[in-house]
Design a protein around this ligand. Structure first.
Ligand SMILES: [Fe+2]
Length: 207
């Protein structure tokens, strides 16, 4: 499994973030929402990984920084899905470990049903098939968790994030409940591994 160096990851991030800055403004979002989201996911992943002996915080940072690398493709073309777009781009560069994260971060429920998702169905079904041949490890879970905590430009608790998802993405209440339950399990997993409440570790107080 291969990932880029921190320097190379920063270059890839800078390039995609500059393009997404323009898209964010065009879409009326707060300036640099995407850029800050990428950085927040990287920072949460780094801080948690640094407390866990079998995880490498540098690797966690790099995976967090590039987890949404396919976002530009989806922003420019709604028929694309950022998960598979990022997966393809990272595989082309030979960074298979980042490619895996690009795909798995959107699916905390390993046995997900493609029809639950509003992304392009053909692409979600393709993601389902690729994931069937993968095993989730602690890096997959770490980026799923860090991504959930990184809401807009903020780092927030899971309850607030689920409320935001319900408001923003037309998710059903049942799906939101499933996601919340999954994420609480992942939180518990990392709280146990860290020997500390990860909310405290990340300075999250509003739960
Ligand atoms: Fe994300």
């Amino acid at each position: 499994m291969t990932i880029p160096s921190r320097q190379e990851a920063q270059k890839l991030f800078a390039d995609i973030a500059a393009k997404l800055d323009v898209c964010d403004l065009q879409q009326g979002k707060e300036p640099q929402t995407s850029r800050i989201h990428f950085q927040n996911v990287a920072s949460c992943a780094y801080k948690i990984a640094a407390k866990i002996s079998h995880l490498d915080e540098e690797k966690a940072y790099i995976l967090g920084l590039l987890h949404d690398y396919g976002q530009l493709e989806e922003t420019l073309d709604k028929n694309k899905f950022h998960g598979t777009a990022g997966y393809d781009l990272m595989m082309q560069k030979g960074y298979d470990e980042v490619a895996k994260i690009c795909l798995t971060h959107s699916f905390p429920e390993y046995d997900f049903k493609p029809e639950r998702f509003t992304y392009n169905q053909k692409e979600v079904i393709r993601a389902r098939k690729i994931i069937n041949n993968l095993t989730y490890d602690d890096y997959d879970l770490l980026i799923q968790y860090s991504d959930m905590l990184s809401c807009g430009k903020k780092i927030t608790d899971l309850k607030s994030r689920i409320k935001y998802i319900l408001k923003t993405y037309h998710t059903t209440r049942t799906d939101a409940k499933i996601r919340y339950k999954t994420m609480l399990k992942i939180k518990h997993h990392f709280d146990t591994l860290c020997g500390k409440d990860t909310y405290k570790l990340l300075g999250i107080t509003n739960d």
